[in-house]
Design a protein around this ligand. Structure first.
Ligand code: NI
Length: 178
């Protein structure tokens, strides 16, 4: 159990296409996931991808089982470990929403995401996960899985008049961990 260093935008390791996980339910995998949860909790994140701590694997965690001070208005998303994910948009509809990222501290941007998606993958034991989701849940999954293809949310921002410092855009928000 350890809080790991989160890589920041500019680090080339964030730009890699991650490798699939091939071994499930191993000690090394459980330790890595434990570290990811510790690191996400310490930073009040809503999600974290293995590449953000320099691990080149298709592994993301996310979930907001309690109110997150960084996203106080966000609906709850079940705590999830997702390996080798495959995302499929359901329809063409997209919606804009504010995003932040622990690898891009201090900033928020307006990012278009598919409103509804289907996703599938595996948990840490190799059991399949399959869900159809919308709204904030769909946004979080798209954001985290983007980390597995070397994409950070600023690369998705279309309108740079809606990209800026959290403390300026949202005065009073607890952004101490941004
Ligand atoms: Ni992120």
């Amino acid at each position: 159990m350890a809080v790991r260093e989160i890589l920041k935008m500019g680090d080339a390791r964030l730009l890699r296409v991650a490798q699939p996980v091939t071994g499930f339910d191993t000690d090394a995998l459980h330790l890595l996931i434990s570290d990811l949860f510790d690191t996400m909790a310490a930073a009040n994140g809503a999600g974290l991808a293995a590449p953000q701590i320099g691990v080149d694997l298709q592994l993301v965690i996310f979930g907001t089982n309690q109110i997150n001070p960084r996203y106080p208005d966000a609906p709850l998303v079940p705590r999830t470990v997702l390996l080798n994910p495959v995302l499929t948009p359901l329809g063409d509809e997209q919606e804009e929403g504010w995003e932040g990222c622990l690898s891009v501290p201090g900033l928020r941007g307006m990012v278009p995401r598919y409103t509804r998606i289907h996703y599938r993958g595996f948990d840490q034991y190799g059991d399949p996960i399959e869900r159809t989701v919308g709204g904030f849940h769909a946004r979080v999954v798209q954001h985290e899985c983007d980390h597995l293809i070397g994409k950070l949310y600023p690369m998705r921002v279309r309108d740079f008049t809606q990209f800026g410092y959290t403390e300026v855009l949202f005065p009073g928000l607890d952004a101490s961990d941004d």
